[in-house]
Design a protein. Structure first.
Ligand code: FAD
Length: 273
């Protein structure tokens, strides 16, 4: 495994009440190999007081005691400038729980993080008639990056669920791109789980979408119950989009840390096998 990239914070900006953009600098030469618009990094949050090997070697770190393991969180690269050695990440600020969200809320110049990756698996194709992009706040950075990469005449329907009107951000809107903001009326972390899954407002909005003719490529990511139990059957079974034309997965699971969410995914995969 290649050594993680050291990212140093240069600035941060509050985009909305629940979204903060953190700008980083680092040696990003190997990021040039990735052309996926959903390219993501695994951010490594080292535990204070623990001495890690220098240079930081993930394989060696994995053999350290469980309580010394760093916390790893997955985030989309929102903007990237390889020659300038800069990238930015949009973090959902979801209250005081967790590691990455609270870290981002107070990130300031000089703060350092390690990042593994990038990974990724989606970029909008030119050989389809239209694009469907669906997300909540956590998937919004990847949707925004996809819109930045769309051809000027590409047709797209974009549905994004956010808390309220002041969580709406500007997106690259071509003349054939229509964006629908679905306002859930509460921050994502304050919503009871009864409103996840098929009851998530985003699912209703996608169900109500006026379907366009022709072939569609879909990118659908957000809260896992809404995506996997609400949107996945709707798009794959009811709308019949071929599996190969859909990038769909949960990005987080209400009430679970990222570690707990990984277990949720494994349980779901086992049940479905
Ligand atoms: C490929 C990929 C790309 C992603 N890109 C982004 C991105 O660009 N920006 C982004 O903000 N997130 C993104 N995520 C989601 C992010 O990894 C998770 O939200 C992660 O759990 C946040 O870590 P944390 O330490 O803040 O909270 P954790 O310690 O993981 O969780 C603590 C608590 O906060 C809750 N929580 C976690 N995330 C959210 C949320 N979004 N809204 C409300 N409550 C939450 C959990 O359910 C839990 O109860 C991405 C995930 C994947 C898989």
């Amino acid at each position: 495994m290649p050594a993680p990239t050291l990212l140093t914070v240069t600035t941060s900006e509050q985009l909305t009440p629940h979204l903060v953009r953190v700008h980083f600098t680092g040696d990003l030469a190997h990021f040039a190999e990735s052309t996926d618009t959903d390219r993501y990094v695994k951010l490594v949050f080292r535990k204070p007081g623990v001495v890690y090997p220098e240079p930081f070697d993930m394989q060696v770190v994995r053999s350290m005691p469980a309580e010394d393991q760093p916390v790893v969180r997955t985030y989309t690269v929102r903007t990237l400038d390889v020659p300038a050695g800069t990238l930015s990440i949009d973090f959902v600020v979801h209250g005081t729980e967790g590691v990455a969200g609270p870290w981002a809320a107070t990130a300031s110049a000089g703060d350092e993080l390690l990042a593994n990756g990038p990974g990724g698996g989606y970029a909008p194709r030119a050989d389809v008639d239209w694009h469907l992009l669906v997300a909540d706040e956590a998937g919004l950075p990847a949707v925004a990056a996809a819109l930045d990469a769309l051809a000027p005449d590409a047709v797209a329907r974009v549905l994004v669920e956010v808390a309220a009107e002041d969580d709406v951000i500007e997106l690259g809107e071509g003349e054939n791109v229509e964006v629908t903001w679905v306002l859930r009326g509460a921050p994502s972390h304050d919503v009871p789980d009864e409103r996840a899954g098929t009851a998530a407002p985003l699912v209703e909005a996608v169900r109500d979408l006026e379907w366009l003719p022709g072939t569609v490529q879909a990118f659908v990511h957000g809260e896992a119950a809404a995506v996997m139990h609400g949107l996945r059957p709707l798009l794959l079974k009811e709308r019949g989009i071929p599996r190969a034309d859909v990038s769909i997965s949960g990005y987080w699971r209400r009430g679970r840390t990222e570690e707990g969410f990984r277990e949720w995914k494994s349980e779901l995969a086992r049940r479905e096998a």
